[in-house]
Write a protein that binds this ligand. Sequence first.
Ligand SMILES: [Zn+2]
Length: 185
Amino acid sequence: MNSRNSCAISAYRTHRLLNSAYKQRSRCHPRLIDLGVNPKILVSALSLSIAQRLVRKLCQFCKKEKIPSKEEEETIKLVMASIKDEGKSLSNYNIKEDAPIKLFTTVGCDKCNMTGFKGRIGIFEAIKTDDAIEKIMPENPSEHEIKKVARAQGILSMRQDGLVKMLTGITSFEEVQSVVDLNEE
Ligand SMILES: [Zn+2]
């Protein structure tokens, strides 16, 4: 194991949250396995892994509502369907699933220096090391297999969290799409 891996593992051992802000689309469990970390060590060291991407927040003083394009609406419906299929609910986030879909977009005012954005927010996903994850980790699972097992935990995936943040007007469709592939499961 190289020093970079040992360092990551010792940070896990303190059971602090791992905050992964990698620019590339990777998740903590699969990424460390790719680096050659023994999955058995990972299981005993990790209690939770979190991945994060930053997006710009829309300026709350000037943002305006917009009707999604046909393409945007199709993508949104796809992500909504994945939430439903996985037994999660948007109503926990104050979003009515049967209401017409509204998005928000930038305008620009003196409060945001005419950029339309003010501040940043993370889009997250997390995987808990529960019994089901512990069970599959020694079998050297793929990223897809880990995510499939993790679905039962009920935590929103990154594209689902991005959907919540665009439908509640925190950020725009484009901002989410720029950091996470909304069409990819
Ligand atoms: Zn503004």
